[in-house]
Design a binder for this molecule. Structure first.
Ligand code: HAM
Length: 423
């Protein structure tokens, strides 16, 4: 027998109820973002790798270790996008979006990172993200947090997520702090975990992110990033916190939150899910006022977030059941000669967008057809034979609890479904 071909490691097939759950979460994001009048943007999945090297930083894990890169037939280095922000900013520069306008954009789509797969961490995963370009008012940071807060409440997961927030200041303040941190950690570097030892030369701020208890202990004595921030950065951050307090949005000040991408400035935030395992960051973002300049555009402030839809689904699954979106009514023609009538009936039902109708395809005994109807999960089966076709009626059989059956005129079908059967 020929060998079968599996899916690529870390890239999953998502089926039935799991797919319905992802769609549900995505549609809640879409509805909320549209209510805030964000406009959709779709950028390509493939970009020049230079975009991410420059935008996210060459030494970040997303670029140095995890990026899917390849040479195309023109010998150009391309990359599968590891995230959406750099591409949105690239598009805004290319399409002149930020100069006359202050766009508020949202996007959705697959991202790719060559990470070690585990629950909640995949090599292809789905983001819904939003970006505001051209506004540096703290109100814009707040608006994005408010959007995610609304989404969590709409999804019924608010009680199980916690907003962590920090300010990492300007790049100058961070450079100053980086030196202080390296000076403080160098003498005890042998006590740090091995990842943090590498980061001490590559990306020292990421050491603050370490989950290793021994490293956390050492960090307790290390200088604090907040102490290196400028007066303006501190004031700005206070305004964001103030807005959150006024809106009753609970947050946790997390001075060790630094984020893994280099473009961030000032406010950074992350929503942590409770009880979802090691991959507990469900959504994250922050301000990136230097990114447009890094990518060759005129200086334009920016702020945004991206939500990991699969991780939100893991939390949602623990709290809410979701129905597999499939069939309500299964339409069966007794013989081939009844097929045309069956098509007409199915189309009539489909004219109501809330009824999901599957028509039986293929010949065979009626018993087999009814077995397929049962397997489809449908609540009702419509059976159409000689009598029904002649009298323009339908035989409606309840497949679930009652299993009763009645024949009604086609003209009464919709009213019967909605009123008598409380569809
Ligand atoms: P990020 O923190 O790298 O930020 O990704 C955002 C979210 O994507 C994470 O919080 C997590 O839920 C999800 N995620 C990341 N990696 C994986 C993975 N391997 N498998 C499953 N889910 C994952 C960004 O990408 C920024 N672009 C966010 C942003 C937008 N900042 C400003 N604007």
């Amino acid at each position: 027998m020929t060998e079968t071909i599996p899916s690529v490691r870390g890239m999953r097939d998502v089926l039935f109820a799991d797919a319905s759950r992802l769609s549900h979460i995505e549609s809640v994001f879409r509805l909320v973002l549209e209510a805030y009048s964000y406009e959709e943007i779709r950028t390509p999945i493939v970009e020049y790798e230079q975009l991410f090297k420059r935008g996210l930083g060459e030494s970040t894990d997303a670029v140095a270790k995890e990026m899917y890169r390849f040479l195309d037939r023109d010998e150009k280095w391309l990359a599968l996008r590891p995230e959406g922000t750099a591409a949105v900013v690239r598009a805004a520069i290319q399409k002149n979006l930020c100069y006359d306008d202050r766009p508020r954009l949202w996007y959705m789509g697959p991202m790719f990172r060559y990470e070690r797969p585990q629950a909640g961490r995949y090599r292809q995963f789905q983001h819904v993200g939003a970006e505001i370009l051209g506004l540096d008012d703290p109100l814009s940071d707040f608006e994005l947090i408010q959007i995610v807060t609304d989404v969590c409440s709409e999804l019924g997961i608010s009680d199980c997520v916690q907003l962590h927030i920090n300010s990492i200041g300007s790049s100058d303040a961070r450079a100053l702090y980086r030196n202080k941190l390296v000076d403080a950690l160098q003498p005890v570097s042998h006590l740090l975990d091995s990842d943090s030892q590498t980061r001490l030369t590559m990306n020292p701020l990421r050491i603050l992110d370490s989950k290793v208890p021994a490293t956390q202990e050492i960090l307790r004595e290390a200088p604090k990033l907040m102490d290196s921030l400028s007066v303006e950065s501190k004031k700005r951050f206070d305004k964001v916190l103030n807005l959150l307090e006024k809106a009753n949005i609970r947050y946790k000040l997390d001075h060790r939150l630094v984020r893994g991408l280099d473009y961030y400035t000032d406010t950074v935030f992350e929503w942590i899910g409770m009880g979802v395992g090691a991959q507990d960051a469900l959504c994250a973002g922050g301000r990136y006022d230097g990114l447009t300049t890094l990518l060759g555009g005129k200086p334009t402030p920016g702020v945004g977030f991206a939500a990991g839809i699969e991780r939100i689904a893991l939390l949602h699954e623990q709290l809410h059941e979701i129905e597999r979106s499939s069939t309500d009514i299964y339409v069966v023609a007794m013989e081939e000669s009844h097929q045309q009538y069956a098509l007409e009936v199915a189309q009539l039902l489909r004219s109501r967008s809330d009824i999901r109708v599957r028509q039986h395809v293929g010949q065979g005994k009626i018993k087999t057809k009814l077995r397929w109807a049962d397997r489809s999960g449908a609540t009702w089966v419509l059976i159409l034979g000689d009598n029904e076709q002649r009298d323009r009626t339908v035989t409606l059989k309840w497949l679930r609890t009652k299993r009763t059956q009645e024949t009604i005129p086609l003209s009464d079908l919709l009213t019967t479904l909605y009123t008598k059967l409380e569809f």
